[in-house]
Design a protein around this ligand. Structure first.
Ligand code: FE2
Length: 380
């Protein structure tokens, strides 16, 4: 694995032609399958400042599921729960706990996106379908990715409704204000032992993504645990999918802990951007979001490593915000604890000030913090 590569630079995969065969405008939405969507929606409103947008359920003619759609900035989450034990959604929740089922990608031509990726080896999840209502039509089509996670291609150029056909506006009285989250910066997948390269190749061959950078276990290991990571990105850089696999250490890798509790590969974290991380994280913390604690020792040496930054160090230290620098600038980032009882999915809050990388310099500090958490769970 090449670890000499400059952060943010690209290994161009010759002849992938991604611009032609799979142009992606951005993340359309992220759908979580959860045990209780009503309560999950309340949590994401209250704790994370998402705003109510749309709803589908028994009242709209669905028999097997309920979905709440919430939005903040350009980030759209769909929280879906099963209404019957026979539902595949119920099966998904039983096996994985709450987790990400759909990473939906906004495209101009869903049929072409489907055909081109199927032609290159993708497995079909949903053949192209057209849904209509009085606001127009939406074409969706889907392919499988790692574990039971799927990508849906969403074509909405002929639609001006609230979300998707079948959804009605959801406008409750309860609307806590937002916290300044703007868009999905990247989404990370955890895959099994020795599977990182297989899934890196999937994103390169099937979706025309290029590899940005890779870390190996020498970069990302503490005394005890390790992982390997490779970042795949769409040609316009709007979609970035780091892929992690566990690596051997003296004790259990945090990726292995995830795989054990999620019962297989899945989305590890969703990184959401802000342009004022101190303000955003202060609000999140006041609303009950729990973040990983960073040892004070980190802040004794951080400026030696990253040089001068615009922010005062004390609020960063107080909140536990991490700093890293690459050739193009620096970034500020922080990680929540898992947001469900299984130690699986969590969130990252990130503010980029030029840097295009993912905080490689913080991995060690971060892992030491995660290990403290693992130790308290008895899973190290
Ligand atoms: Fe991240």
């Amino acid at each position: 694995m090449n670890t000499e590569q400059k952060p943010g630079s690209r290994i161009q995969d010759p002849g992938s032609g991604a611009e032609e065969f799979l142009p992606i405008n951005g993340t359309d939405y992220v759908e979580f399958y959860v045990g209780n969507a009503k309560q999950a929606a309340h949590y994401y409103q209250t704790a994370f400042g998402f705003q109510p947008l749309a709803y589908a359920g028994l009242e709209t003619g669905l028999k097997d599921r309920t979905s709440y759609v919430i939005r903040q900035g350009k980030i759209t989450f769909v929280l879906t729960t099963a209404l019957t034990p026979e539902s595949l959604i119920a099966e998904h929740c039983k096996l994985h706990g709450d987790g990400v089922k759909v990473v939906a990608l906004w495209v101009d031509d869903a049929r072409k996106s489907y055909e081109e990726t199927i032609k290159r080896g993708a497995k079909s999840y949903l053949a192209p379908r057209v849904d209509k209502d009085e606001s127009g039509e939406v074409v969706t089509a889907g392919i499988d990715t790692y574990g039971e996670t799927v990508h849906l291609f969403v074509e909405r150029r002929n639609y001006n409704g609230i979300f998707l056909p079948g959804y009605i506006s959801w406008n409750p009285l309860y609307k806590p204000e937002d916290v300044g989250l703007l868009f999905v910066d990247h989404m990370v997948g955890n895959v099994g032992w020795n599977e990182m390269n297989i899934w890196g190749k999937f994103y390169a061959d099937v979706m025309g993504f290029t590899q940005l950078i890779s870390f190996d276990d020498k970069d990302i290991s503490t005394e005890y645990t390790a992982l390997m990571s490779k970042v795949m990105a769409s040609s316009n850089y709007r979609i970035k999918f780091p892929i992690n696999e566990p690596a051997h250490g003296k004790k259990k890798s945090q990726i292995e802990e995830y795989l054990d509790f999620y019962r297989g590969p899945g989305v590890q974290h969703v990184a959401m951007a802000t342009n004022n991380i101190i303000e955003t994280v202060t609000k999140l913390r006041n609303r009950g979001v729990e973040f990983l604690r960073i040892p004070d020792t980190y802040y004794k040496t951080v400026l030696d490593r990253v040089g001068s930054i615009d922010e005062a160090l004390s609020p960063l230290q107080e909140l536990g915000v991490l700093v890293d620098r690459d050739d193009e600038g620096y970034l500020l980032q922080i990680f929540t604890k898992p947001v469900e009882d299984r130690p699986t999915v969590f969130f990252e809050i990130i503010q980029r000030k030029g840097a295009k990388s993912f905080g490689k310099g913080n991995f060690k500090a971060l892992f030491e913090s995660i290990e403290l958490e693992q130790e308290s769970r008895g899973t190290l």
